[in-house]
Ligand binder design. Structure first.
Ligand code: NDP
Length: 458
């Protein structure tokens, strides 16, 4: 895949980049490796100051950076600005909390293990490789980098090939905030060159956010070298609506949950599973609200949904919807890609899906929602759990017992009750089943790439 900015709203190639040759990759890994030695010797306070200054740089660059992101991957411009703000907040969150998350954990009763004192200490692993996707081109990287650098690790980034300008911006960002030179380096390389980077003894571990095939490849390469990996892969999150829910609220949140980021989010609600008592009303209101969204130029402030980021992604979506239609599903809204330039796809709602339709089990990475009618909460959970994914989930009910039921039974890394799934620096983020393993964000995220060292004193 060429390393290039191709504007998805026009399909035009705006800028191409030569990949880094092997000497340049070597130079950048060496810089990150050297910086890891420097950074682990710095104090939390010092790193917190740099992280806060990096957040200030992001704030100052918001407009210019948002325009770059929208040009490269097509999300509505206001959502790009919001993404920059979220990244600045995450940097400040880890500046405030990293020291507490990584504080020594003393053993309460050291005599039980024959020691006078014993404790566990979190220490950085070194240089971590991050393989990242284009859908949240800044956030996916910062949610790895903010905790990693605050822990005293350094990072090398292999970003998706369609967001090179965002990748190069990230290359300089942390140094502008004051972090030692080399603390974060971008490698402009194709995915066929990742294995050589993983093989490098100076790379301690790897994190990947992206598709299942990419995750399988990278995790296998890391496992072969006994290196730790964290995987954040796809999702087909359920969104359950029960009769006690505030239906209007459930409908308007469902629209946002399915269409934000042009529908290209791993934690987007994709399957809407509605109790039969409220199904018809939900479906009618949902289709009406989805139909009111405007699809168009993502630079236009009034547009709700921009184009899909890549032509191949749109082709995949067209195939999924065509498959559902041929299997006998009802297309309640949208479902036909428009003619003309750009990789636009209409906001689409599909119902009456037979079990044989691919959409029942596969992820739709675009503004396509599927509706399922269920008789009771047991059937809701059955339908919710019938995909191979387990990233997150949402359930709408005001009944406390039902809330507990869904919190307990949904097979996912998260359950959001009466709200859509959203990532926040405060909350652990990650999945089970084929959505991956490991956690990002919160205390769990910063500890993933630390050595939890046992210290025992006679
Ligand atoms: P990919 O998984 O192909 O890309 C994500 C990253 O992995 C990119 O940096 C990519 O590099 C790299 N990569 C791709 N293939 C390999 C490989 N074999 N070995 C090592 N690295 C690899 O995602 P796509 O952009 O193609 O999106 C397709 C699907 O991925 C979506 O439908 C969705 O299911 C999932 N996805 C999930 C995301 C999430 O947030 N969890 C985000 C984006 C996608 P390069 O760009 O050079 O190919």
């Amino acid at each position: 895949m060429a390393i290039a900015t191709i504007n998805p709203a026009t399909g035009k190639t705006e800028k191409t980049f030569d990949p880094h040759d092997s000497a340049e990759v070597e130079r950048r890994i060496a810089q990150a490796h050297a910086a890891a030695h420097t950074l682990r010797g710095t104090a939390f306070d010092e790193r917190a100051g740099w992280a806060r200054a990096t957040a200030d740089v992001l704030d100052a660059d918001t407009d210019i950076l948002a325009a770059v992101m929208t040009t490269e991957m097509g999300k509505p411009i206001a959502q790009s600005r919001a993404e920059v703000g979220k990244c600045a907040a995450a940097l400040r969150f880890y500046a405030d909390n990293a020291e507490r998350f990584l504080a020594d954990e003393p053993l309460e009763d050291p005599s039980a293990v024959g020691a006078t004192r014993a404790w566990a200490r979190y220490q950085p692993l070194g240089t971590i490789l991050a393989v990242m996707p284009w859908n949240f081109p800044l956030w996916q990287v910062i949610r790895f980098a903010a905790p990693a650098l605050m822990a005293g690790n350094t990072g090398v980034l292999k970003h998706a090939s369609n967001v090179p300008q965002t990748a190069l911006y990230l290359d300089g960002l942390f140094e502008r905030g004051g972090f030692p030179a080399g603390s974060f380096r971008t490698l402009l390389i194709g995915s066929d060159r990742i294995e050589a980077v993983i093989d490098d003894p100076r790379i301690a571990a790897v994190t990947l956010t992206g598709s299942e095939p990419a995750g399988q490849a990278v995790a296998a390469q890391a496992a072969h070298r006994i290196k730790k990996s964290v995987l954040e892969l796809g999702g087909s999150d359920p969104y359950i609506v029960m009769p006690s829910a505030d239906l209007d609220e459930a409908v308007s949140t469902a629209v946002t949950a399915r269409t934000q980021n042009n529908g290209q989010s791993c934690i987007a609600a994709k399957r809407f599973i509605v109790h039969t008592d409220v199904y018809d009303e939900f479906a009618e209101k949902f289709v009406a609200a989805m139909g009111r969204l405007t699809v168009g130029d993502p630079m236009d402030e009034s547009v709700d949904v921009g184009p899909l980021a890549m032509e191949g992604g749109r082709d995949d979506l067209i195939e999924l919807v065509d498959d559902a239609r041929e299997a006998g599903a009802s297309i309640l809204l949208g479902g036909e890609a428009p003619e003309g330039p750009g990789w636009f796809y209409p906001v689409t709602v599909i119902a009456d899906l037979p079990d044989s339709a691919r959409l029942v089990r596969e992820e739709s990475f675009g503004p396509v929602a599927s509706l399922y009618r269920v008789a009771d909460r047991e059937e809701a959970v059955h339908v919710a759990n019938q995909t191979p994914f387990g990233l997150s989930s949402s359930a709408w009910t005001t009944d406390p017992e039902e809330q507990e039921f869904f919190a307990d039974r949904l097979q996912a890394g998260g359950v959001f009750l009466n709200w859509m799934t959203a990532s926040s620096p405060q909350l652990p983020f990650g999945g089970i089943k084929r959505s991956g393993y490991g956690r990002e964000l919160s205390a769990a995220g910063i500890r993933e790439f630390c050595n939890l060292k046992t210290v025992w004193v006679a």
